[in-house]
Design a binder for this molecule. Structure first.
Ligand SMILES: [Zn+2]
Ligand SMILES: [Zn+2]
Length: 182
């Protein structure tokens, strides 16, 4: 039961999240539903670091865990698509952060813009890769050494662009078992 709830956070383009819903759904085992929360969620000032001009990703995740506590308790996973940049202590930035213990992840779109392509196809595919990757973590997957797998670790746009946007057969099988298929 359950699935993944994609949440538009702040001023993120709504059509991006609707597009993600379809693309993410095609990459997950069939029993998982993917829904878009039909309203924007705005983050409180306490999760923003004005010196760094970045969101504290751990605090964002715990804020979302509070807001969506009821759906999380029903087995859903929540992924916030954030219009902004994110960090965790010790790292200059993160593209995304999963908190599997609470079932919440967040994706930071600021660095994913594609140069002249702006918010076009490259931006969308990058956002898709980060989103699918964090969902994998939410269902217990770790990083994968398969160069084409979406679960490969990437902390630069080059690395992000060079990997695929789908799970390798091994990761897909693990994911299917985690959600009670296969
Ligand atoms: Zn990861
Ligand atoms: Zn893999």
């Amino acid at each position: 039961m359950g699935g993944v709830l994609l949440v538009p956070v702040g001023g993120v383009p709504f059509d991006l999240v609707v597009w993600l819903r379809r693309e993410v759904g095609e990459r997950l085992p069939g029993s998982l539903r993917v829904l878009v929360f039909p309203s924007r969620v705005y983050l409180p000032l306490t999760v923003y670091d004005y010196g760094r001009r970045q969101f504290d990703a751990l605090r964002v995740n715990s804020f979302l865990a509070g807001v969506f506590g009821e759906v999380l308790s029903e087995g859903w996973r929540v992924v916030g698509i954030v219009n902004g940049d994110g960090y965790v202590d010790g790292l200059n930035f993160v593209f995304g952060l999963a908190s599997p213990e609470s079932g919440v992840a967040s994706v930071y779109t600021w660095r994913l813009r594609g140069g002249e392509d702006g918010l076009g196809g490259l931006f969308r595919v990058r956002t898709l890769k980060v989103t699918v990757h964090e969902i994998g973590h939410l269902y217990g997957l770790g990083h994968c050494s398969n160069p084409g797998c979406v679960m490969r670790f990437s902390n630069s746009l080059e690395e992000l662009d060079s990997k695929g946007d789908t799970f390798c057969p091994t990761c897909y099988e693990r994911l299917s078992r985690a959600v009670g298929e296969g």
